[in-house]
Design a protein around this ligand. Structure first.
Ligand code: HEM
Length: 244
């Protein structure tokens, strides 16, 4: 999502991975490399078009990356969750207790409070008007994700990290939009949102129960980086007993 060298590095990395996974799919098909039965690699390698032909190796590679890429994206939110536990440690106790309702509220607050994608763009497919604004066909419409998730009218004290708000009032589809808005079946909303929430609930609880040290590092978050993240990532250190 960034212009310049980082963008080109990312593109090269993607091409490299697509080439590597295309070769892997070919090797699985020829039997040169075994794939665990019914693993994603096995299923994608064997998948056929409705006409019966196997997927092109590159298409199969893209499908494999489509599983890995968004799962890796969740690690961004996990780093933000670690940041929140570090800044507001009282949350740790409540998460350690294993209350699933609190884990859900904490997960929603991490996704609301922290920046990930600042906005999403789409082109109008037809001339349209929305609340008195007209947009011509082909016009670019931006959804202000960060602005909506920090709108004072919706959230009261938007810059306070307060999972409690989701215990007081259940999450509303058109208010909390860290993964896009509207109906996932018809609009610009992530169909993997439920999976993201489920993984984050499990991982933030595990993180809260983990004993670790937070070494000196730069935890500032620049809104110029897309997607945003703590400058140092979130480095944790092993807590070892003196004998270990
Ligand atoms: C950090 C976590 C994630 C974020 C912030 C995120 C965000 C988004 C957003 C904003 C879109 C809509 C883009 C648009 O239409 O303009 C999208 C689409 C999509 N997401 Fe996610 N996502 C995440 C994780 C996941 C996961 C875990 C999965 C599945 C395992 C997933 C699968 C998809 C798919 C398949 C689409 C394309 C849908 C389509 O084109 O109709 N995402 N995501």
């Amino acid at each position: 999502a960034t212009l310049g060298p980082r963008h080109w590095r990312a593109r090269r990395a993607r091409q490299r991975q697509e080439a590597r996974l295309s070769r892997l799919v070919e090797k699985v098909r020829s039997g040169a490399v075994p794939a665990p039965a019914d693993s994603v690699l096995d299923r994608v390698s064997r998948h056929r078009h409705p006409g019966g032909e196997l997927l092109e190796p590159r298409t199969a590679a893209v499908e494999l990356l489509n599983v890995i890429r968004p799962t890796a994206a969740i690690s961004w939110f996990v780093a933000f969750a670690a940041h929140a536990l570090h800044r507001w440690p009282a949350n740790r106790e409540r998460l350690c207790g294993g209350d699933p309702t609190y884990a859900a509220a904490f997960t929603h607050e991490v996704r609301r409070f922290y920046p990930f994608a600042p906005f999403l763009g789409g082109r109008a497919v037809t001339d349209l008007s929305w609340r008195g604004e007209s947009v011509p066909a082909g016009g670019m419409v931006l959804l202000d994700v960060y602005g909506q998730n920090h709108d004072e009218k919706l959230w009261g004290d938007p810059y306070a990290f307060r999972p409690q708000r989701f215990l007081e009032c259940p999450v509303q589809r058109d208010e909390l939009i860290p993964q896009g808005g509207g109906d996932p079946g018809a609009g610009h909303r992530c169909p993997g949102e439920g999976m993201t929430i489920g993984l984050l609930e499990a991982l933030t609880t595990r993180l809260a129960r983990l004993e670790y040290e937070v070494p000196e590092q730069d935890l500032t978050i620049s809104l110029r980086r897309i997607p945003a993240r703590p400058r140092s990532g979130f480095v944790i250190g092993d807590v070892r007993s003196p004998e270990a």
